[in-house]
Design a protein. Sequence first.
Length: 321
Amino acid sequence: MAYYSPAASWPAAHVQMRPAVYAVSASPPLMPTVNAASANPALMPAVHAMSAGPALIPAFRAAPTNPALTLAMQAPTVVSRSTPALTGKASMVIDGETHELCFGPGQDFECPDDFFTPCRTAWRQPYQAMLDLLDSCGCLDRLPLDAAGSLRVSLPFCGSAQELPVLTDFLIHRFVGRPGIGRISLLGSDIDDWDQRGGYWRQKERYATRKCPQMLVRFYQLDLARVQHPESALTLGIHPECTMSPEMWRTILSNIIATTTGVCLIATFKEEEMQVVRTLCQELRQDFEVHRNPHWQTRPEPGGCAPVYLNYLIVIFKSGR
């Protein structure tokens, strides 16, 4: 049931969690060491054990946003072309939940340098519920393809795009192998270069293609208040802080709505943000609905000052229903 439906008629930057530092067991032994004398303990990552097969273990770099954390390691071993492929796994604990990251042939990651922090449960579950809502309402049934048979998906003002693994799994399950779809092309953009801010854009691009060769993910720095957003069939705009700098956000949101050819979803945390987007859609004479995220219909909202993640979902239909 829609929260609001009118008569017929994409910078919030989500900060990527800082990665854990791994103690590596390998042959020959290579062990990163942590210099944390001046670090803020609240920002220090956990240290976990990782085992690997016989090969060079690349250094796992700390997030550049935490200069107090430095890594030192022994001189690396030169690996010849005949060295067997590196394989291994690591564990990471986030919010009490243990995540296992595997690297090597047939795994999600080629090597530890490709690691990035998994999406937190508090973000993953509402995001999955948002995608499931779009699917269950039939919003994804008639998304247009481009001339090359590619399904174009966009993530404007995406920050670090920490939910990317959730989205790629969903798109692979929902669209890969369907008649006429030759490729899924996903464009993420933000006014800031999150590859330089610890958002691991390049690692996430490699992750998606490794997960599915039919998926191409690219991240770019774009100021959507100044340049036109590329066309996309499905646009997912997560948390525009549109109650701040309202004229700038009006330009950005109008931009991504105008360049969407299928369905544009804008997710807000606060009711006031939802109202701004709803008013804009009415002024632009868009066919849209506003839904409460199903995740929060069956769960208590976080207390205190914690935001209600993806609370309101504004779904805009650009190619009919």
